[in-house]
Design a protein. Structure first.
Length: 438
């Protein structure tokens, strides 16, 4: 997902949502109707520095679409903290939009609800063909072997952003490439009220993204090949402990970061309070906060040793935003036209340039706007060393329960309580018990 925010399920649990018939505005089990061909409702995710930025980016493009097709698109930008709950409520109430953005990690979970239009060969052909999209982006659109539940819209990957001035002031010549180097570098930078690394300890999605990658590096996963939750393996425990130890043991993350959940670590970075952050496509946010592009550098996210690559050298999850259509829309033809418009080469360049993300459309990636040093790092990461989060129906619950376990461990670290293998394993065992039984 673009701007990482907590996606707690809250009062509407996914397990409940998946037992209820899919939502929409037409009859259940159909692929929509064309009863209302002149309008569409669109829920966009918050990609910019704030909701108003998104409206300024999107509205001119929606006006362009209306001019071309005569279809008015009614826009609502939904904050990340609310988006998953809003979608789940829509799948149970029958009151949803026609088209919406979803975090790509939710694709399989929402696919299993039956609420979303499957993107079979015919539907892909209606938007120009499946082969227009980058393979790694298509890998996070639903369960493998099934028709995708959504279409890639914005692609991202994690990287290490570092503050050049703070590095220079500390006499550090290059960014760290391994976690050991990160800890050593961070300690040199953590003094006089400044800190080596920023984190978002109360941000459930961010917690998941980080520990998922670390688990891969420890040769583990959070699910078995059969899709069963496996949160307490030695590798998973080692991954979570290594991440929380950045605060608890290495002390390169400020204790206050345990409460961060709304991009405060990026603000600290822009104010020279924090020297490094692990983030997805952060450049647009830094620019919005007054930093010039030459004030920060971008390097691949750390690995245990060697260089990033597949398997144990994975250094990012496949991040991004997908575009989905509610199956029972009353403007099915218009919805497909809108998805085609938003994923066209021209619009992909406009939108991803505005948000500092990478087009998942191959032709749009060739535009010079995406050949900057920072985006080159992200593009290479997606192509060579990023892995999709598990595409299982329970993925959203996984984000919630394990993300919360990591949040609670950060709270322990901030309070000075010991974070041990035993306490990590206990937290993950508790999280696993909250998952549905298979």
């Amino acid at each position: 997902m673009r701007r990482i925010r907590a996606a707690a399920v809250g009062a509407v649990t996914l397990s409940f949502a998946l037992t209820v018939a899919a939502c929409g505005g037409g009859s259940s089990g159909t692929e929509g109707s064309n009863e209302q061909p002149r309008t569409l409702t669109y829920w966009a995710s918050n990609q910019g520095a704030n909701l108003e930025v998104d409206k300024k980016v999107l509205q001119p493009e929606l006006d362009k679409f209306e001019k071309e097709t005569g279809i008015e698109v009614k826009l609502e930008v939904v904050p990340w903290a609310d988006l998953l709950n809003r979608i789940l409520t829509a799948t149970t109430s029958g009151q949803g939009p026609d088209v919406l953005n979803i975090g790509n990690t939710w694709s399989a979970s929402l696919q299993s609800s039956g609420a979303l239009l499957p993107w079979d060969a015919e539907n892909f052909e209606a938007i120009g063909g499946k082969d227009r999209f980058v393979e790694s982006a298509l890998g996070s659109t639903g369960v493998q072997g099934q028709d995708p539940a959504a279409v890639p819209l914005y692609s991202m990957a994690y990287a290490l952003y570092y503050n050049k001035k703070m590095f220079a002031d500390a006499g550090i010549e290059k960014p760290p490439a391994t976690w050991e180097e990160l800890a050593e570098t961070g300690k040199k930078l953590s003094e006089n009220g400044k800190w080596g690394l920023g984190a978002e300890g109360s941000n459930l999605s961010n917690n998941i993204h980080q520990v998922f990658v670390l688990a891969k590096q420890h040769g583990a996963d959070f699910f078995t090949p059969e899709g069963k939750a496996d949160f307490t393996s030695d590798g998973a425990v080692a991954a979570v402990k290594q991440y929380v130890d950045l605060m608890a043991k290495d002390k390169i993350v400020a204790p206050g970061n345990a409460e961060y959940a709304q991009n405060q670590s990026l603000s600290d970075f822009a104010k020279d309070k924090t020297a490094m952050v692990l983030w997805q496509t952060a450049s647009a946010t830094f620019e919005s906060q007054g930093m010039s592009e030459d004030e920060w550098g971008v390097a691949p996210a750390p690995v245990q040793s060697g260089e990033p690559g597949p398997g144990k050298a994975t250094n990012s999850m496949v991040a991004g935003i997908n575009m989905a259509v509610f199956k029972n829309t009353k403007n099915i033809d218009g919805a497909k036209k809108f998805v085609k418009f938003m994923t066209s080469d021209e619009e992909q360049i406009v939108l991803n340039k505005a948000y500092g993300s990478i087009p998942p459309v191959k032709a749009a990636q060739q535009d010079p706007a995406f050949n900057t040093p920072s985006l080159t790092v992200l593009r290479e990461t997606l192509a060579t060393s990023a892995t999709a989060l598990p595409q299982v129906p329970e993925e959203s619950q996984f984000e919630t329960v394990v993300g919360t376990a990591v949040k609670e461990l950060f709270a322990d670290a901030a309070a000075g309580r010991a974070v041990t293998d035993e306490s990590v394993r206990a937290g993950l065992e508790k999280a696993q018990q909250q998952m549905p039984k298979k």
